[in-house]
Design a protein around this ligand. Structure first.
Ligand code: ATP
Length: 572
């Protein structure tokens, strides 16, 4: 018998309709302000988590012993539930509850388990999954389960949460006594409120889910974009590894040894040292060279998308999964998967990754059929993974699995002898790409480049050279602002300028005793120094801490200098 069939007839207990004059006094006796607060709270929430938080504070009302909200289990709710198992759309998952009623639904039993997860076939909540509200005003109007009898749950009222004919969930409220006779009016009142509440909740949940879906798609698109851009760059890149320093030589020898095997390689080294280039070198020297080389930058993957990024998902397996998605593991089948910044993989996913590495199988989200892949892993990190293991941030078993063959890629400052050959390589690459005449690299340029410590390594060298080639205008190269473009790091200077401010003046000539500036260069230095002083004090010319005081000159002198150089405070 369905719950609808069991809906009590008016003769069983008096259930007034809204025309019933007896409802009017009831209306006056019920304090509706908590209900209005609740409605406002729900309307304001933009996330499902927020909606659930508000909902947990609710289900107040006279004689209400307990209220709960169950959501269709396949609706993935960020941060509160895991990806659902296949077939989860046929179950309701308890998401929020409140009230004084004991015990909690975790102990209420139905045929298959507890009320934490309820099948659509359940006689109590199941009828609502067909879109019909149901209720019982007293114990004799429903087949009360044992827990309801034992703990004094006499009456209930349940509503489906529907949005555009789609079931999102079910809400139910239970009473500690029969809601008949003089309480029947109150039950009717409550049911009217529940109906409004259920409709608002449906709209709020649907909005939040849609918002979630858009976010997920946006992040997926960003990732896809990044993959595509990189693939294009790699396809066009002049990717041969340049350098003869003994430290790099040793790395290349190790690559020759390990590449033909299928061993997992862990490339260690600071950012910009060329780890990705080494991973490509390993792939190209392996028997997998005709297969794909797929890169995942683990630091760029949003936490909630990791599993889908690695293993893929099936359409509809969670909110936002509007189409099937092939994970990177499957894409790399028969080739190499390069896990860049592997130290950024969240702890909870490290176990799953380890399983794939050990067994070579995985399941896409929402699909329980295991997929077998043949993938070689090359990982890279600039973190001290051993220290992360000590600190409990990285699983030891995964670390051991990844570091079968560690390769240490030295920072550029430890192979300064490679700078001339790298510099020539980058100058001709940049000139070719930019379509300009290749500017000449002089000995003094090399000296300047070798005197810098390159915290950003080869990538920074490449960027500095590209910038210098752009600025050269078919004239000479200039490297007197090395490091000035680094974000968050003060420029570390070229030694020739040591003892002088690090300024944007044309390259000076050099004497054995130091730099020699022309009058024009001195003028430029002067101008830049004045600007720097003005900037340092927010363009305040006089007074304590003003630019004139900083420069040790009179404010009037500074005024005339500002005029002479035509300096103006930049618009905010
Ligand atoms: N030995 C080299 N020869 C030629 N180019 C190099 C060399 N080393 C690095 N590069 C270039 O420097 C840039 C940075 O290299 P890459 O991206 O491989 O560094 P990475 O160590 O993987 O950096 P991150 O840790 O930030 O991901 C790339 O453009 C790469 O082509």
């Amino acid at each position: 018998m369905s719950m609808k069939d069991r809906t009590p007839s008016p003769s069983a207990s008096r259930i007034p309709d809204d025309q019933d004059p007896q409802l009017i006094p009831t209306l006056h006796s019920v304090d509706v302000s908590p209900f209005l607060d609740l409605m406002l709270g729900i309307a304001r929430e933009r996330t499902i988590e927020g909606i659930l938080r508000v909902t947990k504070r609710t289900y107040r009302g006279r004689h209400v012993i307990f209220g709960g909200l169950w959501i269709v289990a396949s609706l993935r709710i960020t941060g509160t539930s895991d990806y659902s198992a296949p077939g989860a759309d046929r179950k309701l998952r308890l998401m929020a509850f409140s009230g004084a009623g004991k015990p909690r639904p975790a102990i209420w039993r139905h045929k298959e388990g507890t009320y934490d997860l309820v099948p659509f076939s359940d006689p109590l909540l199941g009828p609502c999954t067909k879109g019909e509200p149901s209720y019982a005003a007293s114990g004799d109007q429903w087949d009360r389960p044992d827990w309801a009898v034992e703990y004094g749950y006499h009456a209930y009222s349940a509503f489906p949460i529907m949005h555009k004919d789609e079931l999102l969930g079910v809400m139910a409220v239970f009473y500690d006594r029969p809601m008949v006779d003089e309480l029947a009016d109150m039950l009717l009142m409550h049911r009217k409120m529940h109906k409004i509440y259920a409709d608002s909740l449906a709209a709020a949940v649907a909005n939040a889910a849609a918002f979630d879906e858009i976010q997920t798609l946006r992040r997926e698109l960003e990732l896809e974009n990044e993959h595509l851009r990189r693939a294009v760059r790699t396809a066009h890149a002049d990717d041969h590894i340049v350098g003869n320093a003994p430290a790099l030589h040793k790395v290349m020898e190790q690559i020759e040894v390990v590449a033909p095997t299928d061993a997992t390689v862990l490339i260690l080294g600071e950012s910009g040292t060329g780890k990705e280039l080494l991973a490509e070198a390993i792939h190209k020297r392996s028997h997998r060279r005709m297969g794909p080389l797929v890169r995942v930058n683990c630091s760029a993957v949003p936490h909630e998308l990791f599993e889908s990024e690695f293993f893929g998902h099936i359409k509809g397996s969670f909110t936002g999964a509007v189409r099937d998605r092939t994970g990177r593991f499957l894409m790399a089948d028969g080739g190499t998967l390069f896990l860049d910044e592997v130290g950024e993989i969240p702890l909870e996913l490290q176990g799953k990754l380890l399983r794939v590495l050990q067994e070579g199988t995985f399941e896409p989200i929402g699909d329980d059929r295991p997929r077998k892949v043949d993938v070689r892993i090359v990982a890279a990190t600039n973190r001290d993974l051993a220290a992360d293991v000590e600190a409990g941030l990285f699983r030891q078993d995964l670390y051991f699995r990844l570091s079968v063959f560690p390769l240490h890629n030295p920072p550029l400052r430890e192979r300064l002898e490679d700078i001339p050959v790298l510099a020539h390589h980058f100058v001709s690459n940049a000139a070719r790409r930019l379509g300009v005449t290749e500017p000449k690299l002089h000995y003094r340029h090399i000296q300047q480049l070798q005197a810098y410590d390159w915290p950003g390594n080869v990538r920074e060298l490449q960027n500095e050279i590209e910038r210098a080639v752009i600025m050269s205008h078919n004239g000479g190269l200039e490297f007197n602002r090395l490091g000035a473009h680094r974000i968050g790091t003060p420029p570390s200077g070229t030694p020739h300028l040591s003892g002088t401010p690090h300024l944007h003046a044309a390259t000076p000539a050099y004497t054995p005793d130091g730099p020699l500036y022309t009058e024009m260069q001195m003028e430029e230095l002067h101008r830049e120094n004045t600007v720097r002083a003005l900037e340092a004090c927010g363009w305040r010319v006089q007074g304590e801490g003003g630019a004139a005081e900083l420069l040790g000159i009179k404010p009037t002198t500074l005024q005339s200098r500002i005029k002479k150089y035509g300096l103006k405070k930049p618009a905010a």
